[in-house]
Ligand binder design. Structure first.
Ligand code: XMP
Length: 513
């Protein structure tokens, strides 16, 4: 079944992915593609509607991003948001110019007329604005739908051609009725139905996977993180025992991690799980290495080797499953203009083997992270698994500053377990992006009973974040920090001092290495 698709042309707004998500929250499938995507390619999506995003440029400037105006002749309803509306006006013969005053923040939108585009709107509504340019003259066929104090034309439309524009940002939460704009546009103007649901997604992808894989085998590197776990369960639903998951225990995992993964996937889901116990290999290679980048490289390389060896044992495998998500696939427009691929560096389960010559199968490549969580829920993954904090591929190696030894790993693991246990009891835990312990290469003097101690310092790191690009240190209540510190110093042999990291990103990173 070909799904109804909304094409979103990206002009570089920081909110572009949010628009795609809002459309999907309306249960309509959407794709975000660069503004200069050729018209034939846009047509190949068979779009039922097109949305033009905002962007930082001025449409009248030389070199401003401009889509091919042919899109307005496709006969598909179009919604331009902010820059998208200015571009619409410009491309169809209207006039755009600088505002006397940059409009930023809340504004009161006043409707000029009743229109189904503003269904369920009061005559006056709060909206969020962020623009320097504005539409001064509308193209032929357009009427004003609404204004604000500073924008004579805050919304316009050509109802015959079904082309709409809003100067404000309906996608941000600061526009309380924003979702209603999307609903009105998608359902009432474009005639779409809310059919993109997780259960329809599951049904379709199982069909697709079955067709693609046939009777072949798929191998998947399972990290225990949300993405690879959900991908594994979905693939398993489609092809059952022909899915083989490889879990590499590199000896750098959190306490009980391997047991947890085995319990969940082998015992509960009955998935073919091959655990490669490779602690010694990794620790041998890491002996004496303290440079963070070298640690990462060694671990990445060794991971691929182990993975290849394990897959070879499975005999003739044709496909490599991966939990790639949509944000990794999107080609975003950088703020400077001009399309540029989103840079994704060290994330995901290591770069996987290229020379194995496997065909890729990426069942989550259409989904955003929150959708993957919904999918996981629908596939009956345990809640604790769906809401796990991210964990870096190189594991505890980048949380042990200095030498990595078995002893130091054990100290960190025990400390980290206490952090986990206490944090999970904290009522604000769900707002924490990551919380963990770091072992420092510093010893300090302490006193225990009548004895002088000379032991390591552990740091606690806890941050809040939306996407790991920026992060703020979490304002954990003192009593929780106190309990963690008490327990660590009393229960973990080898640590006699605990410090709390109060650095934000940037300039600090979330991980210490
Ligand atoms: P930083 O330390 O760069 O981390 O602020 C941002 C996010 O990425 C995670 N991270 C990694 N994830 N492989 C991964 O899969 C890695 O090598 C890696 N390094 C950092 C980190 O935990 C945080 O969520």
């Amino acid at each position: 079944m070909k799904k109804d698709t909304v094409v979103i042309l990206d002009f570089g707004s920081q909110y572009n992915q949010l628009i795609a998500r809002r459309v999907r929250e309306c249960k309509v499938y959407s794709v975000l593609i660069p503004y200069n995507t050729p018209v034939w390619k846009i047509k190949s999506y068979n779009p039922k509607a097109i949305i033009l995003t905002g962007g930082p440029a001025s449409v009248t400037e030389k070199g401003a991003p401009r889509a091919n105006p042919e899109i307005f002749k496709l006969g598909v309803p179009i919604l331009g948001i902010c820059y998208g509306m200015q571009f619409t006006a410009y491309a169809l013969g209207g006039k755009v110019g600088k505002s006397k005053k940059r409009e930023y923040g809340y504004a009161e939108l006043v409707l000029n007329r009743k229109e189904r585009f503003f269904k369920l709107f009061q005559r006056k509504e709060k909206v969020w604005m962020s623009h320097g340019d504005k539409v001064q003259e509308m193209p032929k066929g357009f009427v004003i739908l609404a204004h604000t104090k500073n924008s004579h034309i805050a919304s316009m439309a050509d109802p015959v051609r079904k082309i709409y524009g809003v100067q404000f940002h309906p996608e941000v939460i600061h526009t309380p009725k924003g979702m209603q704009i999307f609903k009105n546009f998608l359902y009432d103007i474009a005639g779409l139905r809310p059919t993109w649901t997780m259960s329809s997604f599951i049904k379709n992808s199982i069909e697709e996977i079955k067709q693609k894989v046939g009777n072949e085998k798929v191998v998947l590197g399972l990290s225990g993180g949300v993405d690879s776990s959900v991908a594994a369960v979905l693939l398993h639903r489609a092809i059952g025992p022909r899915l083989h998951c490889i879990f590499v225990d590199n000896g750098l995992l959190r306490k009980y991690e391997r047991e947890y993964v085995e319990k969940t996937f082998k015992n509960h889901f009955h998935i073919n799980l091959h655990v490669a116990k490779s602690e010694k290999r990794f620790l041998d290679k890491l002996r004496g290495v303290t440079d963070p980048e070298r640690k990462r490289k060694i671990i990445g390389k060794e991971f691929i080797k182990v993975f290849e060896e394990e897959s070879r044992k499975l005999g003739n495998v044709k496909f490599l499953g991966q939990g790639t998500l949509y944000p990794d696939v999107i080609e975003s427009i950088s703020a400077k203009g001009g399309p540029s691929a989103t840079i994704k560096t060290h994330h995901n389960v290591g770069g996987l083997p290229k020379k194995m010559d496997l065909k890729l199968i990426e069942p989550l490549r259409d989904l955003f992270k929150d959708e993957v969580r919904l999918l996981g829920k629908e596939l009956k993954l345990p809640d604790a698994m769906i809401h796990r904090q991210p964990f870096p591929g190189p594991g505890l190696a980048v949380r042990i500053i200095g030498d990595i030894t078995k002893e130091r790993l054990e100290i960190l693991r025990n400390t980290d377990l206490i952090v986990q246990e206490e944090m999970e009891k904290y009522e604000g835990y769900k707002n924490i992006w990551q919380s963990f312990a770091v072992l420092l290469p510093v010893k300090s003097v302490g006193v225990m009973g009548d004895e002088r101690t000379y032991e390591s310092v552990a740091a606690i790191r806890a941050v809040t974040s939306q996407d790991a690009m920026t992060a703020d240190w979490a304002k954990i209540p003192y009593n929780i920090l106190g309990r963690i510190s008490n327990r660590v110093i009393n229960e973990v042999k080898g640590v006699n001092r605990v410090a709390y990291d109060i650095s934000s990103k940037p300039p600090a990173t979330i991980e210490w290495e």
